[in-house]
Design a protein around this ligand. Structure first.
Ligand code: MLT
Length: 333
């Protein structure tokens, strides 16, 4: 009798567990089907008004239209993007937190002793977005008028010269410190929460040098409000063809191209990632976004790169590429 009751209880608890699991499954499937049912937060790891923020805000509107919900940009500044990466890695994997970051996702590992996330395992990948070149800029009244004069000026003044950046992990910091390593000099490096505020200070004359993306800088270069000493590309840029590359001026092979990727926390279900990928592609194909990115000399990536695998493969290659370069350049924190 007692055994019979035990078997009955066992069968009943098994049935309850199975029913609960299937209810949960169908609940999840429903949540995925109805996603998105509220606004989505697009985290940006640098200050508002800067290059990453600008790309994010450009694609947020058409992505929101494609998904039928608003995509709200949230700037989570500091520590060269690693604070935002940590926040996103720890966010709920429900598809309501998405993340736009640049190549700092691949370089931070080599710049920090320990990170609370792993770029290769803490995120899901949505796709690559766009590639942005950089320019070495000086404040308007910095004495050197070209790269040759800048080399002599740096030799004479060394650490009296200030160079702005957006913190370890930021591309402005990477570019600036690779430049100093190639010049064999240590300037006084000044961290900001993004190159938006750093560029404001360069325009105001509070800082001497900044290596920044072309996203905001082309109009200032064209109207002479900043000096452009060289681009970080192998070919001159069409929008500022009078500015020589750093490579052609003696810094052979000096190339920093800022690529961007879109991510979510690890564990977001595939149907949601598929919807996000479709919305990203749609936004990058919108004529308005294309035109605005083209005006800033920003290249939208090819369709094969706008995919989860396109981003994952590129990130992996970039982690492997930059680790040894950064260690060899002996870049300090
Ligand atoms: C920004 O948006 O402020 C920049 O991408 C920062 C940087 O990496 O230099």
């Amino acid at each position: 009798m007692e055994i019979k009751v035990k078997i009955k209880n066992f069968l009943f608890s098994g049935m309850t567990a199975a029913l609960t699991a299937s209810a949960l499954l169908s609940g999840n499937a429903m949540a995925e089907k109805d996603w998105p049912s509220k606004s989505i937060t697009l985290v940006v790891p640098f200050a508002a008004g800067g290059p990453t923020d600008t790309v994010a805000r450009l694609i947020a509107v058409p992505m929101g239209q494609a998904l039928g919900q608003t995509v709200v940009v949230e700037n989570v500044n500091g520590a060269g993007g690693t604070i935002a990466s940590t926040k996103v890695a720890r966010a709920a994997p429900d598809g309501y937190t998405i993340y736009l970051h640049h190549m700092g996702m691949a370089t931070a590992n080599a710049l920090y002793d320990k990170l609370p996330y792993d770029p290769m395992t803490s995120f899901e990948y949505i796709g690559q977005v766009a590639d942005v070149p950089m320019v070495l800029l000086g404040k308007k009244d910095l004495p050197p008028n070209n790269f040759k004069e800048l080399e002599a000026y740096i030799k004479a003044n060394g650490s009296k010269i200030t160079m702005a950046n957006a913190g370890p992990g930021a591309v402005s910091q990477l570019c600036g410190l690779l430049f100093q390593s190639r010049m064999g000099v240590k300037l006084t490096n000044i961290p900001y929460k993004g190159t938006g505020p750093a560029l404001t200070d360069l325009l105001g004359g509070q800082v001497d040098l900044l290596c920044d993306q072309t996203t905001q800088t082309i109009p200032y270069i064209k109207d002479g409000r900043v000096k452009a000493y060289g681009t970080t590309t192998m070919k001159r840029l069409p929008a500022i063809a009078n500015v020589p590359t750093l490579d052609e001026q003696g810094l052979k092979g000096f190339e920093v191209k800022v690529w961007h990727g879109m991510y979510t926390p690890k564990g977001v279900p595939k149907p949601i990632l598929d919807k996000l990928n479709a919305a990203l592609k749609k936004s990058l194909n919108s004529p308005d976004v294309k035109k605005r990115l083209e005006d800033a000399n920003i290249d939208i990536v090819s369709p094969d790169k706008m995919t989860p695998n396109g981003l994952k493969t590129h990130l992996e290659a970039e982690v492997n590429k930059w680790g040894p370069i950064i260690r060899k350049a002996n870049i300090p924190d």
